[in-house]
Design a protein around this ligand. Structure first.
Ligand code: ADP
Ligand code: MG
Length: 392
């Protein structure tokens, strides 16, 4: 477990606490349309205010590129945030007048050119408003920005509850997992996940590859996949991953059968075939039932599972079946107490929601890019700065 402080380790009563949140929420015409991110950040802000801190909330929103762009103001977020924490939230008001338990949301950090440059002067300017820094924005931790990285060196820093949750689960999944560990990687392309595949083969006992990405691996192994999506210029990459897996003793599991169609559209005429029988004018749109059976067999005895990427074109019925069946099997094993399961990635989260099992996984990360960089084994600057931060 990385060694960082949490809210349990800092005394916040009467202190001015700067909380870096990720309130980059979906918004339309100045109205927040999805409060998931707000709900994830609410516990930390509520807890700090409840303990008598003066809470100053920082967040980026969209990409104003260092300029004040009125349509990218955080002002519309103040109301929903107030509702989520059950307290009044002042927007961009003078923080000098705050009392214990007050909460103020400041304006979009990216309105300042120093934010994305990790500028020390801007970080100092913000740090001067607080006594303590709490980073609760794991989803922004892969960026070294002034209010995620530099500032953590200027004030005593701790992880918020959402950051703590994320780091704890990620550590259990790959940092210090119970073995054996299985990784499931799917999605459209090998090319977007090279570093991830190379890292995972070194760290897990079994790597299940599905989705269109599997087509490139199948092609590398000399299997004909017809009109399926294949990245011909990444066959070398697939061969390298296979070579690395042999070196590190990781078993790579490719689909043994597939659901194929002539056209990529909803309810297209389709058939299930052995992986060696894909017709020249057919495309693979999902893994088949035998592949799912093999997956279920391998799940028995597996203690830890990490998942990124759907196993088929799950947005287009009926090519969601493989992903849904695999997701349900993972959910069952998790509920039975046999498995710790962690998943993440934009489309993966959507696929698990579609399967109705998000709540049955041990943890589903909504952090997107930060989750993927962590799967690649990269050090996240926002997390590293928290660990490095000294003294309270
Ligand atoms: P994530 O966002 O979770 O990291 P990706 O973006 O890598 O996942 O991949 C998700 C996409 O891959 C989905 O849109 C899905 O439809 C697509 N996909 C998966 N399998 C196939 C396939 N066999 N053919 C075409 N597209 C596929
Ligand atoms: Mg995606």
């Amino acid at each position: 477990m990385p060694n960082f402080r949490t809210l349990d380790d800092i005394d916040v009563k009467g202190k001015r606490v700067l909380v870096r949140a990720d309130l980059n929420v979906p918004m339309q015409d100045g109205v927040v349309t999805d409060t998931l991110r707000i709900d994830r950040q609410a516990p930390t802000i509520r807890e700090l205010a409840g303990k008598g801190a003066r809470v100053i909330v920082l967040s980026h929103f969209d990409r104003p590129k260092g300029k004040v762009v009125p349509s990218m103001s955080l002002e519309p977020v103040a109301g929903p945030l107030s509702k989520a924490i059950g307290r009044a939230v002042g927007f961009n008001v003078d923080t000098a007048a705050m009392k214990d338990g007050d909460v103020v949301l400041l304006e979009n950090t990216r309105f300042h050119p120093g934010e994305e440059k990790n500028d020390l002067d801007y970080a100092r300017q913000v740090a001067a408003l607080g006594d303590l820094f709490v980073n609760d924005a794991f989803s922004a931790a892969h960026r070294a920005h002034a209010t995620t990285e530099a500032i953590a060196h200027l004030l005593p820093a701790a992880a918020g509850r959402s950051m703590e949750q994320e780091l704890t689960h990620l550590d259990k999944a790959l940092g210090n997992p119970e073995r054996p560990v299985m990784a499931v990687v799917g999605g459209a392309k090998v090319s977007t996940k090279i570093a991830l595949l190379e890292n995972l083969v070194k760290r897990v006992e079994t790597l299940v590859i599905g989705g269109a990405m599997a087509n490139t691996f199948l092609t590398a192994e000399g299997i004909e996949v017809g009109k399926s999506l294949v990245e011909r210029d990444h066959i070398e990459t697939a061969l390298r991953v296979i070579h690395l897996s042999t070196e590190s003793g990781c078993a790579i599991i490719l689909p043994v059968d597939a659901v194929v169609a002539h056209n990529f559209k909803a309810h297209a005429k389709h058939r299930t075939v052995d992986i060696r029988s894909v017709g020249a004018d057919e495309m693979i749109l999902d893994v088949g039932p035998k592949s799912i059976d093999e997956f279920k067999q391998r799940l028995i005895g597996t203690r830890t599972l990490v998942w990124n990427g759907p196993l088929g074109a799950f947005e287009t019925a009926p090519f969601d079946k493989g992903t849904v069946a695999a997701a349900k099997a993972v959910a069952e094993a998790t509920k039975a107490g046999n498995l710790l399961s962690v998943a993440g990635g934009g489309d993966t989260v959507a696929a698990l929601n579609h399967a109705g099992v998000s709540d049955d996984f041990t943890y589903v990360s909504t952090a997107g890019g930060a989750f993927l960089e962590w799967l690649e084994g990269q050090e996240l600057p926002g997390v590293a700065a928290l660990v490095a931060s000294k003294g309270v």
